[in-house]
Every structure is written in C-alpha cells, then in structure tokens.
Design a protein around this ligand. Structure first.
Ligand SMILES: C[S@@+](CC[C@H](N)C(=O)[O-])C[C@H]1O[C@@H](n2cnc3c(N)ncnc32)[C@H](O)[C@@H]1O
Length: 304
C-alpha cells in the first residue's frame, strides 16, 4: 500500500516538474534570445565605434578613417535634400548661347523688350530715370578694359545706372558682351520715401519697367537682360544652366548674411581669369556687413 502511495507521489512530482518546465520554457527561451542579441549588438557596435582606436591597439591592416571635409558634409544627400540646393553647376555654356538660354528659360523664348512698354504702364514711366551709387566709378572701365568680358553678371541693379555704364563701355571697346542684371526689382522697404517719383501700380513699384525703359533710352536692349529673381535663386539658376561670367559685380543686400551668400554663390560662377568685385566695402551699412563677408571669404580662399 505504502509502496503504491509512494509511486503515486513520485508520478505526481514528475508531472509537476514537467509542467513547471513547460511553464518556464518560453520565458527562458526569450531571455536567451535577448541575451544573444544584446551580445551580438555589443560586438557589432564595438566594431563601428568612433572610439575604436582609443580602446584597441591599432592594426596595420585597417585604414584609419579620415575626417570628412566641409565639402563632404555639405554634399551629403541629407543636406542637399534638407536645403534643397543643387550643388553641381553644369558645364559652361558658350558665351554666345547665354542670352538665348536666359530668354528661353526665363522669358518663354521671347524678348521682354518686345512691345515694350506695355500700354497700361507707359504713362507711368519716365523716358529715363537713373540713380546709382558709384555707378560710373573708374573700376568698371579698368576691369572691362583688362578682362574684355563676354559675360557680365550684375548682382543688384536697381534702376540700372551701373549696367548702363558698363553697356556703354563694352560698346566703346567693340565687345560683344551680354550683361545679366539680377534683381528682384523691389528695392528695399521704404525706398520710395527717397524715390517718390517712381510710381506704384497695384503694389508693384515698377522698378523693372523703369530699368528696362532706361535701357531703351540708351539703346542697350540687345546687350542687357533683367533676371528678375532673388539673388540666391538667380545665381543658382545660372549654376544649373552653366552660365558663367568673366566679370561679376556684387551690389545687392549689404547686410553680412546677404553679402556672404551672394559672394559665395557668385564666386562659383567665375570663369577662369574672371574677376569678382563689389560695392560698399567701406560703408558702414549694417555694421560693415559687406566688409565682414569679404574678410571671412578671404580667410577661406586665397583666390578671391
Ligand atoms: C544698391 S542697389 C544696386 C545699385 C546698382 N548696382 C547701381 O549702382 O546702379 C541694390 C539692389 O539690390 C536689390 N536687392 C537687394 N537684395 C536682393 C535680393 N536678395 N535679391 C534680389 N535683389 C536684391 C535691390 O532691389 C536693389 O535694387
């Protein structure tokens, strides 16, 4: 009897043990799996750790990773996507194709001077209305004589005083120069306080039309084209199209950030032997933003 009872107790215990084992089998398996993945994770992360060389002896077979350059970082796909910039300029267009390319791309293959001025603005324009700042300075003549540019980009045009001057100089020298004038033709907030005679039509300050009229007045419509975008967009467009220049004048926004950005974007568009120059290095506008932008640019390159 006792023997039978003992046998029953034993069977019961064995059954319980099996049940307990079954009950804990799953969690144990999970735990083992977790432990395995953790170990593998640690091993693989120690392989790619930036501090690898600090904790292990250097070997001759593994090359030491070099630090990425600013250019590498700026060209990371994530950066390009984030800032929506196109970094690579196209091959340079032959200079004789520059005007037609801009007409095609910006003016739907027509000239903005066709049937100019439009009837609804003609009575609001003056036959000629020029105003510039140092726009006839000796630097223009000096550089045009020296470089004999086929393409000039002016970054910041306003009413076109310096563009008209450059068009006259290139004509005198018998050069076939195209001058591309980049400006949003909005001036700056409050500019009409000083230019009350420039009319406004439905919020448009008519700067581009007056600029075009000024070109008509000196018969320079074949050699000058307005490019009516922000400086950033226009210079990027030139880069995409492969429009490079022999002379680039920078005279748009005079705060540090505008000048810095314009100078850097413009610099990429210089042809070999070309010259980048600008205005207001000595003026105190926005705490000498232009001067600071140039000094910082000079620190980065010795080619400017
Ligand atoms: C000082 S005026 C240019 C004068 C011209 N170079 C001259 O001497 O006859 C500056 C011009 O830059 C333009 N400008 C300023 N910031 C600009 C920007 N971010 N994009 C496009 N044009 C801009 C203004 O509309 C203004 O007409």
């Amino acid at each position: 009897m006792k023997q039978k009872e003992d046998q029953q107790v034993l069977q019961h215990r064995q059954k319980r043990l099996v049940l307990i084992s079954l009950k804990f089998a799953k969690p144990i398996a999970y735990f083992l799996l977790l432990l395995l993945s953790y170990t593998l994770g640690c091993l693989s992360s120690s392989n790619s750790s930036p501090f690898k060389n600090a904790t292990s002896l250097p070997t001759t077979s593994t090359p030491t990773p070099t630090a990425p350059t600013i250019q590498d970082l700026a060209n990371l796909p994530s950066q390009l996507d984030h800032f929506r910039v196109s970094t690579h300029c196209s091959n340079p267009l032959p200079s004789e194709l520059v005007r037609q390319t801009i007409l095609d791309r910006v003016y739907n293959a027509t000239s903005p001077f066709d049937n100019f001025p439009p009837v609804h603005v003609s009575s609001l324009l003056r036959p000629q209305r020029l105003k510039g700042w140092g726009s006839n300075g000796a630097v223009f003549e000096h550089l045009i004589q020296k470089v004999k540019p086929k393409t000039i980009i002016e970054v910041g045009t306003f009413l076109g005083a310096s563009a008209v001057h450059m068009a006259g100089l290139t004509r005198q020298l018998g050069l076939q120069t195209q001058i591309l004038c980049v400006d949003d033709f909005r001036g700056w907030p409050g500019f009409r306080d000083r230019f009350k005679d420039i009319k406004m039509l439905n919020g448009d300050v008519l700067l581009m039309y007056q600029f075009m009229q000024n070109l008509v007045s000196v018969n320079a419509t074949d050699s000058v084209l307005p490019v009516p975008f922000s400086t950033g967009s226009a210079l990027n467009l030139f880069c995409e199209l492969g429009v490079f220049a022999d002379l680039i004048e920078v005279d748009a926004g005079h705060d540090f950030m505008s000048a810095w950005s314009d100078i850097n974007r413009a610099y990429r568009l210089l042809r070999p032997g070309g010259v980048l120059f600008g205005h207001d290095y000595f003026t105190a506008a926005d705490d000498r933003g232009v001067r600071r932008a140039i000094s910082d640019r000079l620190l980065e390159t010795s080619h400017i």
